[in-house]
Design a protein around this ligand. Sequence first.
Ligand SMILES: NC(=O)c1ccc[n+]([C@@H]2O[C@H](COP(=O)([O-])OP(=O)(O)OC[C@H]3O[C@@H](n4cnc5c(N)ncnc54)[C@H](O)[C@@H]3O)[C@@H](O)[C@H]2O)c1
Ligand SMILES: O=c1ccn([C@@H]2O[C@H](COP(=O)(O)OP(=O)(O)O[C@H]3OC[C@@H](O)[C@H](O)[C@H]3O)[C@@H](O)[C@H]2O)c(=O)[nH]1
Length: 388
Amino acid sequence: MASAARLDLDGYAIKPMTICMIGAGGFIGSHLCEKLMAETMHKVLAVDVYSDKIKHLLEPATHPWSDRIQFHRINIKHDSRLEGLIKMADLTINLAAICTPADYNTRPLDTIYSNFIDALPVVKYCSENNKRLIHFSTCEVYGKTIGSFLPKDSPLREDPTYYVLKEDASPCIFGSIEKQRWSYACAKQLIERLIYAEGAENDLEFTIVRPFNWIGPRMDFIPGIDGPSEGVPRVLACFSNNLLRHEPLKLVDGGQSQRTFVYIKDAIEAVLLMIDNPVRANGHIFNVGNPNNEVTVRQLAEMMTEVYAKVSGEPSLEVPTVDVSSKEFYGEGYDDSDKRIPDMTIINRQLGWNPKTSLWDLLESTLTYQHRTYAEAIKQAIAKPVAS
Ligand SMILES: NC(=O)c1ccc[n+]([C@@H]2O[C@H](COP(=O)([O-])OP(=O)(O)OC[C@H]3O[C@@H](n4cnc5c(N)ncnc54)[C@H](O)[C@@H]3O)[C@@H](O)[C@H]2O)c1
Ligand SMILES: O=c1ccn([C@@H]2O[C@H](COP(=O)(O)OP(=O)(O)O[C@H]3OC[C@@H](O)[C@H](O)[C@H]3O)[C@@H](O)[C@H]2O)c(=O)[nH]1
């Protein structure tokens, strides 16, 4: 049960605050709302166009926290109520974005508008009304590693200087303009620069979060079940969908890219520390990831196949993966980050945060959820006769 006497990292009592959370109905927002309701006395003004992922928190109205969460169905692109909500709050957290790679090269205009233009009024209202802002950026602002440009046999490729990503030192390296994949990263980078400049010139109190592949239950959608049949979600949901349908997992360009995956529940702990410790968090950009959970996408596919067989009790396919070109899978203009390892120095120093959950354990709890939530619906969808 939430207690009023929670202490911050410096031993001071944390005062309950009102948080305007934009994008509260998404994957990260839903977990953050859950945490805030269960463990704090903070109030949430939850803004989104969808509420399905937080329905369990909004209904029934008898929850012990029901007077601390309000849902506002608002599209921030065009709604004059946004400024009023930001003014009512002590802190604004902006999560709203188009953030699935399949959109970056196929809907580059929507991607740029969503990640830059639509975020502008949020920054402006916070700055003009002296309100604190926690803005969600991305690890994609780093783009490719310096190491990826070294000769394949260069020993320097093994040197962390050339691949570990540091908030205050690493450059942002994107592909050419025709590689529209980078429309997202570039829009995120520019809004980061704008927020940073508002801090420098107008004293905006800000924190920027760079998530490194947070994964867990409620991430994206399963095509044809709770999202469009032709939709392409992020890799966790793509591979879950393949496993649920007993199809081989598709490895884009051989699955050679490397990622570090962090469990959503670990990452949410980091966000709560930022919320509760403004003096330590303001003015900082934080990598939030798990450097210990690095795999190639191929290794991720293999591990997910093994874990899914364990949690579902169903045997794995004899040939569990199939290679597909990025052009076929994502279309023209796709490109990729080669490797993403977060440096953890700054978040360790400021907030003492460390991720805890291994990749195997986080996949086990996530795939248990996926199986429990979707297996029956998929079975029924497959059994349904196709209309002639
Ligand atoms: N999940 C990750 O690993 C990850 C990694 C890097 C960056 N991020 C960033 O974190 C943020 C949240 O990501 P997520 O994984 O929860 O994504 P998500 O798509 O699940 O959530 C985003 C939410 O924003 C809402 N939204 C978008 N446009 C809106 C608008 N105009 N008005 C109102 N609501 C709007 C969507 O409806 C959605 O519910 C994004 O900014 C994303 O770029 C996430
Ligand atoms: O079915 C699939 C889906 C994806 N992939 C590959 O898996 C890797 C990871 O893909 P994801 O869809 O999770 O997205 P990425 O890691 O490339 O980008 C993400 O990173 C952080 C956030 O900013 C965004 O949520 C998103 O841009 C990519 O190399 C992709 O090509 C497959 O091999 N098969």
